[in-house]
Design a protein around this ligand. Structure first.
Ligand code: BDP
Length: 712
């Protein structure tokens, strides 16, 4: 035993780690902290009549034992100093006196504090429900793992957003659209008879960050998901997810009444269609009593929808909303729509289509809006729908999977992207009308609110395809719970729990993460450029993409480079998309001298020799950004190499190898983009800027028929 602890004490970093444990590793605490924790958790009193309570008890037991080296005594009531009590006033009589203080915390909030119980020192986690208590337990465990003290006056927390959702773009054949972490974690074939134990690990990880909903199937959906055998499979998953506070939702295919119902139409105003959806909802709720509802992608990118019958998006959403209403289910109707006709500016379309419908949706409909008006690009201004539909609850849709940000291998921490969007001020009701306040439902007093993230989870051992992509799952959950949190604080928590609390490691790694998104913008799409990736699979640079079935699926449509300059004119002289923002903001974006440079080419077509704030010309500035992005990745590699020995070799080496891939690909983005845009600018590179490694044709002929995640 002595030998073993000596070995463990000397060689903790030698333990192999593959990332499966995520941020829930519960490694031994330093001796003084472990001692203190042992004193404060001599007895563990958890209301465990429900499965949720049992999960809470088991989590605390496992964590406390691992962090302190000894298990607390389980008890049904606190009878000595140093008890940790976890439950509700209804389930633990010793917490009854706390009842008045739980007002306003709702079903998911909690209170954590030091509080004498029967005159003896104790720590309590009290909530109005077992789920609230579970969330509180995870909060306390986060403080313990990250070495943060419980504030003297305790913690009172409740989520600021109601629906905190992961959208899985998983197909029934196990393929994940835009997934870079292996196959789907849902094994539809073996369900419902076999549910992989991994599913409860998935649910546990989600509960630890407050996620409370999972849409199981792709928005490009298959009506088979709604057939009886597949509903039974979904129900088996729901049974595992439920005790962790997670509801199951499904993407509904609008034409399902025709495809699986034998009807001749899916017209939302047809009585037979309405009956079909009502019956389908009843059938679902018989199997999944707490089913959350439907997510719908309609009349977008070839998906069927109400417009096929000359009806509006409101007609379509309301059809499903009426079917779900008796069961308290919701419809999340996506605003990511653009017509099949040739658009003048795709960025305008969702606004033009949906703003006239404000006020025409049922109470149980949320409109799910992507963070920007195009499509999850490395940087987009916030979507102009935020602030423009006060009568409709607008959900945020972020992408966690990095379809446009380097797939799984690039280290790109998305916290700053989420924060930048959420903290953008729409000025809808004057200053302070942030996107966060709209998404929280606070600005316009909506009962419903939600944030969805397109999941980056797959069957890979490390869940997300890379160690650092776990941080994107993590930060999404934390910001969905509280959209006002700071990305750097969350990164710090994550690094401490995922790797080590050693400040010599935490500080440089957090710094590296915080600049990583800007670096990706620099080496992929600087100064407001967007949509320049490879066609179809979206891997790598391809600013030359043109032709094909739709102009707005090409790169040239977006950058509009010519001999004079580059950029998409969205001011009044162009598509006038700027007018979709609140007037003061529209005026700022419309003015090339006032628009933030990071959005310059998003809103303006600008001459190559235009002077920039730095004093460089636009052309030189563009090249400078490309090079700066590559340099940042080089720096990350150096930083990471210098941290060798702080963590296990297994994860250290994988990250190092991925950073090498990222550097190579950042260089590729830079070189290919410069080689291509130079054919328009005709300008030389500034002194000190290296010429692209290859001629343009080299980059143009690269092909990637098996790039992962391609939509199909
Ligand atoms: C695009 C993806 C495509 C999705 C679509 C969507 O390339 O695979 O189906 O978004 O959000 O970014 O519906």
């Amino acid at each position: 035993m002595l030998m073993l602890s000596l070995l463990l004490g000397v060689l903790p970093v030698a333990l192999a780690e593959d990332g499966y444990e995520l941020w829930l590793r519960y490694r031994p605490l330093p001796a003084a902290q472990a001692d203190a924790l042992r004193q404060q958790s001599r007895q563990l009193v958890v209301a465990d009549a429900s499965t949720t309570g049992q999960h809470t008890r088991d989590e605390l037991l496992r964590a406390l034992q691992a962090m302190t080296g000894s298990a607390p005594a389980l008890a049904s009531r606190a009878s000595q100093a140093g008890a940790l009590l976890v439950g509700t006033p209804a389930t633990l009589p010793q917490l009854r006196a706390l009842q008045p203080q739980l007002g306003g915390l709702g079903e998911e909030g909690y209170l954590i504090r030091r509080q004498p119980i029967d005159g003896r020192a104790a720590t309590v986690i009290a909530a109005n429900s077992d789920i609230g208590a579970l969330y509180g337990a995870f909060h306390l465990l986060r403080l313990l793992q990250t070495g943060q003290a419980l504030p003297a006056d305790g913690i009172r927390e409740a989520p600021r957003v109601k629906l905190r959702m992961l959208d899985h773009w998983d197909n029934l054949d196990g393929y994940v659209e835009r997934g870079y972490a292996g196959a789907s974690i849902w094994d539809w074939h073996k369900l419902p008879d076999y549910v992989d134990p991994r599913i409860s690990d998935y649910a546990r990880a989600n509960a630890s960050i407050g996620i409370n909903g999972s849409v199981l199937n792709n928005v490009n959906s298959n009506a088979v998901s709604l057939t009886a055998p597949y509903l039974a499979k979904a129900a088996a998953l729901a049974d595992v997810l439920r005790p962790w506070g997670i509801r199951v939702y499904l993407s509904a295919r609008f034409s399902a009444p025709v495809e699986i119902g034998g009807l001749s139409t899916a017209d939302p105003l047809d009585a037979g269609v309405q009956r079909w959806w009502r019956d389908k909802a009843d059938e679902i709720y018989r199997l999944i009593p707490d089913f959350g509802g439907f997510l719908v992608k309609a009349n977008s990118e070839g998906q069927p929808g109400p417009q096929d019958y000359g009806r509006s998006h409101a007609d379509g959403a309301n059809l499903l909303a009426d079917a779900l209403q008796p069961h308290a289910g919701v419809v999340m109707w996506r605003a990511f729509v653009y017509s099949h006709e040739q658009p003048d500016d795709r960025a305008r379309q969702a606004y033009d289509e949906f703003v006239p419908l404000d006020g025409r949706f049922r109470d149980n409909v949320l409109l799910q809006v992507k963070n920007g008006a195009i499509d999850f690009q490395p940087r987009e201004p916030f979507h102009p729908l935020f602030g423009a539909m006060p009568k409709t609850p607008l959900m945020m849709e972020f992408q966690i999977t990095k379809e446009y940000l380097g797939f799984a291998t690039h280290l790109v921490y998305l916290g700053p992207l989420y924060q930048e969007t959420l903290q953008s001020d729409t000025l809808a009701h004057g200053p302070g009308s942030t996107v966060a306040s709209i998404v929280e439902g606070r600005l316009d007093n909506h009962a419903l609110s939600g944030i969805a993230g397109v999941a980056n989870i797959g069957a890979d051992r490390n869940w997300t395809g890379s160690q650092f992509d776990q941080a994107n799952w993590y930060v999404f959950g934390r910001m969905a719970w509280n959209p006002r949190l700071d990305a750097a604080d969350i990164a710090r928590d994550w690094v401490r729990m995922t790797f080590t609390p050693d400040p010599a490691f935490v500080a440089p790694v957090v710094q590296m993460m915080m600049g990583s998104r800007e670096a990706a913008v620099d080496y992929m799409t600087p100064l407001g450029l967007h949509h320049l990736m490879g066609r179809g699979h979206h891997y790598g640079p391809a600013p030359w993409v043109e032709g094909g079935s739709r102009a707005d699926w090409t790169s040239v449509y977006y950058h509009r480079a010519d001999a004079d300059g580059i950029g998409f004119d969205r001011s009044a002289s162009g598509s006038n998309a700027v007018a979709q923002y609140a007037p003061p903001l529209a005026a700022e974006f419309a003015d090339p001298r006032r628009v933030p440079e990071q959005y310059l080419l998003w809103f303006h077509h600008v001459r190559w020799d235009r002077p920039m704030a730095s004093g460089r010309t636009l052309w030189d500035e563009l090249v400078h950004h490309y090079s700066r992005g590559v340099e940042y990745v080089r720096d990350m590699r150096r930083t990471w190499a210098g941290l060798d020995g702080h963590i296990d070799a297994e994860r250290q080496q994988q990250v190092a190898a991925f950073l090498a891939i990222q550097e190579k690909e950042a260089q590729w983005w830079r070189d290919a983009s410069i080689a291509y845009f130079q054919t328009f600018s005709g300008l030389p590179l500034a002194a000190g800027e290296a010429a692209p490694a290859h001629p343009l044709q080299y980059y143009q002929q690269l092909s990637f028929p098996y790039a992962p995640g391609d939509g199909k």
